[in-house]
Design a protein around this ligand. Structure first.
Ligand SMILES: Cc1cc2nc3c(=O)[nH]c(=O)nc-3n(C[C@H](O)[C@H](O)[C@H](O)COP(=O)(O)OP(=O)(O)OC[C@H]3O[C@@H](n4cnc5c(N)ncnc54)[C@H](O)[C@@H]3O)c2cc1C
Length: 293
């Protein structure tokens, strides 16, 4: 199928893009890399009257600013994959990037488009939450920074208002002693995950603190597993502590059945990957143990 007819405009500034959004309201759609939007247009799942192409805006930079890594909304997946700043200051993001789609898609897809799309199986919403990032949003009333954990509200849903756009993300740089883990189960390399986990923790003296475990593809949005994180931080690490954290996932997560896997399979994989994460964070393979079905 082909997309329904639409008008097209390419603003030269964020202010102009916001004015176009205000003027056209629900009839307009922003387009960045087009990697999610164009298939939806071609399948006629969406039929906007006008596309506002953000491609001309100066929002592609990746830069350090004090203790914060600032990434423009139009930074492409390939930019993040190849960035020395990302590798040094946001190593979890660097670990995740090779799992996102394939080179052709990474060459066009953007971080802003990916986060706005809010696919529950997407890696970046989970990474942003595990890294305690802020998503920078601009609208008619100015700029607001939304904690990544508050940004995603459901399947393909965010707190973005119709007259707002993402202009960037801000990631606090990794502190010394901070450790990271990323893994996803998928049927083939480049496919969306069946279950994935982005994790960060400070590990010292046999204990973990400030544990952030963010699962994706397990519910209607990327979800921080707070109970499991608290269980892992509650004392010296042991196989029993890992088991307690795995048990806590029953409260933290709401996996769904779909053609990729059942809710029970997803919960099992969530527990397996939690044990693997702990083993990797502590550099102790024995912690991976065996996960009961
Ligand atoms: C075959 C295939 C495999 C893929 N695999 C993966 C994968 O494994 N993991 C993964 O995460 N993604 C995957 N993707 C999606 C890809 O990462 C896209 O880049 C991403 O989902 C959307 O980014 P984009 O820049 O192309 O956004 P677009 O397609 O241009 O836009 C997506 C949505 O975001 C809105 N939007 C765009 N920019 C902004 C902005 N700055 N502010 C507010 N709203 C905005 C648009 O209006 C639209 O609703 C895959 C895509 C394909 C086609």
């Amino acid at each position: 199928m082909k997309a329904a007819a639409f008008d097209y405009v390419r603003p030269a500034s964020v202010a102009e893009a916001l004015e176009l959004l205000r003027r056209h309201g629900d009839a307009a759609k922003l387009i960045s890399g087009g990697q999610s939007l164009v298939p939806a247009l071609n399948l006629r799942l969406l039929a906007p009257e006008i596309l506002i192409d953000l491609g001309g805006l100066d929002l592609r930079s990746i830069a350090m600013d004090g203790g914060v890594l600032r990434i423009g909304a139009l930074a492409r997946h390939v930019d993040l994959l190849n960035s020395a700043l990302v590798a040094e200051h946001a190593p979890l993001l660097a670990l995740a990037m090779p799992h996102i789609a394939h080179p052709a898609i990474r060459n066009r897809g953007t971080i802003g488009g990916n986060l706005a799309h809010a696919d529950p199986a997407s890696e970046l919403p989970a990474v942003m939450q595990a890294l305690d990032a802020a998503i920078v949003v601009e609208g008619a009333d100015g700029t607001r920074r939304v904690d990544a954990r508050d940004f995603f509200t459901g399947i393909y849903e965010t707190v973005l208002a119709a007259d707002e756009m993402i202009v960037g993300v801000e990631i606090p740089v990794a502190e010394a002693g901070r450790r990271f883990f990323f893994h996803e189960f998928s049927r083939r390399s480049g496919d969306y995950a069946i279950v994935g986990l982005a994790a960060a923790a400070t590990v010292a003296g046999g204990t973990a603190s400030d544990v952030r475990l963010c699962y994706f593809a397990v519910g209607d949005k990327a979800t921080l597993a707070e109970g499991a994180g608290a269980a892992l931080s509650a004392g010296p690490m042991s196989v029993e502590r890992v088991a307690a954290a795995q048990a806590a996932l029953a409260e933290d997560l709401s996996p769904q059945d779909d053609q990729q896997g059942s809710a029970a399979t997803r919960m099992h994989l969530a527990r397996v990957v939690l044990a693997r994460a702990t083993a990797a964070l502590f550099d102790d393979p024995a912690l991976a143990g065996r996960t009961a079905a």
